[in-house]
Design a protein around this ligand. Sequence first.
Ligand code: PEP
Ligand code: MG
Length: 555
Amino acid sequence: MITISGKTVCTGVAFGPVFVFSREESTIKRFHIESSEAEITRFEKAREQAILELDTLYNKAIGEVGEANAMIFQIHQMMLEDLDYIESIKNIITDQLINAETAVGQTCDNFVQMFRAMDDDYMRERSADVKDVSERLIKILSGKDKSGIIADEPVIIIADDLAPSETVQFDKTKILAFVTEGGSTSSHTSILARMMNIPAVIGAKDALNSSFNGKPAIADGFTGTLYIDPDDQTIAAMTKKKQEIEKKTALLQQLKGQASITKDGHKIELCANIGNILDVGAVLKNDAEGIGLFRSEFLYLESETYPSEDIQFGAYKEVLSKMVNKRVIIRTLDIGADKQVDYFNMPHEENPAMGIRAIRICLQRPDIFKVQLRALYRASVFGRLAIMFPMIASEWEILKVLEIIDEVKHELDSEGISYSKNIELGCMIETPAAAVISDILAKHLDFFSIGTNDLTQYTLAADRQNPDIGEFCDTHHTAVLRLINMIVKNAHANGTWVGICGELGADIELTEAFLAIGIDELSVTPSAVLTIRKKVRETNVSEIKDNVLKKYLIQ
Ligand code: PEP
Ligand code: MG
């Protein structure tokens, strides 16, 4: 048995075979060929296989994300039928007598350059599709798989680190646990693991070893341990642990339908965070009282190009309808930092967490922002929508956002399209600047949602992506808790309500502190809802308030 230790990100115990995820080398081997005819036949076969693969992906995507989103795979199929593209590859093979992989690579580069030089936004965006289609062909030609995950059965994934854009591509039903050598507890990949409620271990040094592939393993998310080839004693101990969790989870089910109210009558709204439509199932299953954060940027991350107004409308409408009349807070796109999307073609930044991300992109590129706002306003008639804006640091940003919203409303009015007149508007408080001017921001908004992941990293100058930051990123730091207290005071003085949607909201050690401070809502990963409800119902605020505020030096 080999024991590998790391840090825990999401609790739970998983048993299963290991799948070592290695990123494919994108370098293409160039070699000369004897017969162009045989090479063209090889290319044609790969092209046919790629079309078939896209067909399968299209059918699978229809069920998972709806027809409009699945269309991208049909567009890719059409590209593989494009005569100019095919002819270019065949000509390179014939003229230069080189292998099909190289010919596809060269054609791809030429087409990407050509698309990027076009004036039309839509055509420029097609460059990412040409790249994707060409990579698929090259991987088939060179015998490498495109998705990275080829397992038929569910697996424990070991990787060096995973970007959110990679994590979202995995078939969730095939993942038992994540184990990464790198990573940090508040990175978006960790957040995704919590959302999927699967055990996850990060910082597991020496885990990425291809000889582990296919071996039986156990991931213990409680201690952050991975056991490869576990011995009988470990199997027995872990089986017991798993059964105990199942028992605890079963007990928590009794809290479904109960109010999230303290012993002395303080009510708090307990909501859940989601990243896509499929997560709504877990929200309902765990009896969350609403959705406190829909990270809409995942619609962009999961897509090969800008999701259109109709595609977004479909997604928002579905979430709102499924939640019936419970509040759904949709955050406008928060692209940037670790959530990079190729087709946004953002210039390289030295320090992307402080660069052009989130609302900054939206204000610099209002055309993209307006598409999302139109989709949101159109969907608003299907439920109880609230909208919030990420990474706000200044009052002028909110004023500008409100101005753009007015423009969108006028457009919809003139087109005779109806929308709800009761949409609550709020912003994330995740920069120290926003916290400090929360009294000013509160005058313009119905609610705040505190993004403790970013608020902590910016307040403590401690990169949330850095796995080695350790004790320098103290999530219980007095500075952060004092800011939260200040935000609540400023907000309440102006009739604005306050929630927390960062990961800290699910930290059971701080539930009493949040109740003492007077937080109105907590939005957490769906599987944490009932545990927190239990804690809330066991708390008597008047009894603990003074001690808790003193303990953390909040007041
Ligand atoms: C946060 O910063 O706390 C937050 C909820 O937003 P994200 O984690 O998506 O940056
Ligand atoms: Mg944030």
